[in-house]
Design a protein around this ligand. Structure first.
Ligand code: ADP
Ligand code: MG
Length: 236
């Protein structure tokens, strides 16, 4: 099994350079792992939306992405697919700790992302957890280091960073800032800045936002390095 997986990983990596956005309509047009393809199929996702088409390829190539697209345009899969592929290619497993942090403004959105990940990630081996407050802090603490993908709200994440000696994100590979404009509107600017300062600089970052305000641009400058800017024109 492991030799087969090594071969698959090698083949996927070899295809990244030749990804051409113009040739992508369906998810099967992208070099994605079997596990992700099965998860997408089971969830009945076949055709990529505009933001997915335009951002997934760049993200697979390892670039930072600044994505601007309206609510309902499919941003969740635009970041979850690259997250799953990133960790799959590194053969991330439970013992490797936190590989990805996804920050979203509200508990409700965190739950929604978690549900989508559970479905499209059903074939993958990594673990995911919600860190969203409103629950026992101790319970969250004890579970955190067993999570490979943490989906969280800004305040709660910073609380763990400040107060939880067990929290270790030094091996983190990929950061997602979802609905960045709303995070900032809700007064999380300082919290976001503090979180970003606490994260290892050697990482990939995907930042998504419905609008491009000045404060989003400031956050982008702080968190992204040489990003690809993706802003599809309104979807049908
Ligand atoms: P956003 O985060 O941009 O507001 P979501 O990721 O929540 O958008 O997706 C909005 C809706 O579109 C969800 O119901 C989701 O299941 C659906 N959706 C997303 N991508 C696809 C796709 N490729 N094919 C079909 N439906 C999709
Ligand atoms: Mg969303």
């Amino acid at each position: 099994k492991s030799v087969k997986e090594d071969d698959e990983i090698k083949e996927l990596k070899s295809k990244y350079d030749s990804i051409d956005v113009k040739n992508i309509t369906f998810f099967k047009d992208l070099p994605l792992s079997q596990k992700t393809m099965v998860g997408l199929k089971k969830s009945r996702y076949f055709k990529a939306t505009e933001i997915q088409r335009e951002s997934i390829g760049c993200a697979l190539q390892g670039r930072d992405v600044l994505g601007a697209a309206a609510t309902g345009s499919g941003k969740t899969l635009a970041f979850l697919i690259p997250v799953m592929e990133n960790l799959f290619l590194k053969k991330w497993s439970r013992a490797d700790g936190v590989g990805c942090i996804i920050i979203t403004p509200t508990r409700e959105l965190a739950y929604q992302i978690f549900e989508v990940l559970k479905k499209v990630g059903c074939e993958h081996d990594f673990s995911a957890g919600l860190i969203i407050g409103g629950r026992n802090l101790k319970f969250e603490r004890s579970r955190m280091d067993q999570c490979n993908i943490i989906i969280c709200t800004p305040g709660r994440l910073l609380q763990h960073m400040d107060q939880n000696p067990l929290f270790n994100c030094s091996s983190m590979q990929i950061l997602v800032l979802d609905e960045a404009d709303r995070c900032l509107d809700m007064g999380f600017e300082e919290t976001m800045n503090a979180i970003i300062e606490n994260l290892p600089p050697e990482r990939q970052t995907l930042l998504f936002s419905a609008t491009q305000t000045k404060s989003v641009k400031d956050l982008a400058r702080l968190s992204l390095s040489d990003p690809v800017y993706v802003a599809p024109i309104e979807q049908a």
